[in-house]
Design a protein around this ligand. Structure first.
Ligand code: GAR
Length: 208
């Protein structure tokens, strides 16, 4: 693949975006961020992008009469900015089959648990950690996975365990998991940058 030219889609504060950007700036990842797009005009991630002179755009389904019009706009924005890879960094909206088809095997999502556990509808952000603690799990973790048409379903690229401690609250657990997210998202992107990922069936294999 050519050099990774990333479009970051995010809904919130953007700490995963920030970690990726720092790694690019420190030359730990050979990639460029072409644009940051958020469905939330007040998202911290847009502010972070602007501070770093990266094009930042608020783009929401609410601005359009139909999902098709949203898709058309998103695709044209992605094309115009030259993005060849999409990073969902805390993006709380589903991408349509059309977008996924246009960027097949070139969309990564990060999930704050070990999929397929604690994924799917309603499982995002702090709710994931609440559910992990309510279940009494001894370990949780992070999954970076390809995005396909089903929610939280595409092939995992990296999964990493994080222990659950007996005095964890959802907040302390979220914090510890987030620290790992910041490492593994860049690790997964590096595998793509180095052309080391091969997709066979529904699995991703890593070439050493
Ligand atoms: C991250 O913990 C990410 O794993 C989660 O949202 C947070 C975004 O944080 N994503 C999901 O729950 C997706 N199902 P950030 O804005 O600081 O990167």
């Amino acid at each position: 693949m050519n050099k990774l030219k990333l479009a970051i889609l995010a809904s919130g504060r953007g700490s995963n975006f920030e970690a990726i950007l720092t790694n690019i700036q420190q030359k730990k990842l050979d990639a460029a961020v072409q644009i940051v797009i958020s469905n939330n005009s007040k998202a911290g991630v847009l502010e972070l992008a602007r501070k770093n002179d990266i094009p930042a755009m608020h783009l929401s389904h609410r601005q359009f009469d139909s999902p098709e019009q949203f898709d058309e706009k998103l695709l044209s924005v992605l094309k115009e900015c030259g993005a060849n890879f999409i990073v969902l960094a805390g993006y709380m909206k589903l991408l349509s089959a059309k977008i996924i088809g246009a960027y097949r095997n070139r969309i990564l999502n990060i999930h704050p648990a070990l999929l397929p556990s604690f994924g799917g509808k309603g499982m995002y952000g702090i709710h994931v950690h609440e559910a992990v603690l309510a279940y009494g799990c001894k370990v949780t973790g992070v999954t970076v996975h390809l995005v396909d048409e089903k929610f939280d379903h595409g092939a995992p690229i990296i999964q990493r365990c994080v222990p659950v401690l007996s005095d964890d609250t959802p907040q302390t657990l979220a914090q510890r998991v987030l620290g790992v997210e910041h490492q593994v998202f860049t690790e997964a992107l590096r595998l793509f940058a180095e052309n080391r990922i091969e997709i066979r069936g529904r699995s991703a294999f890593i070439h050493q």
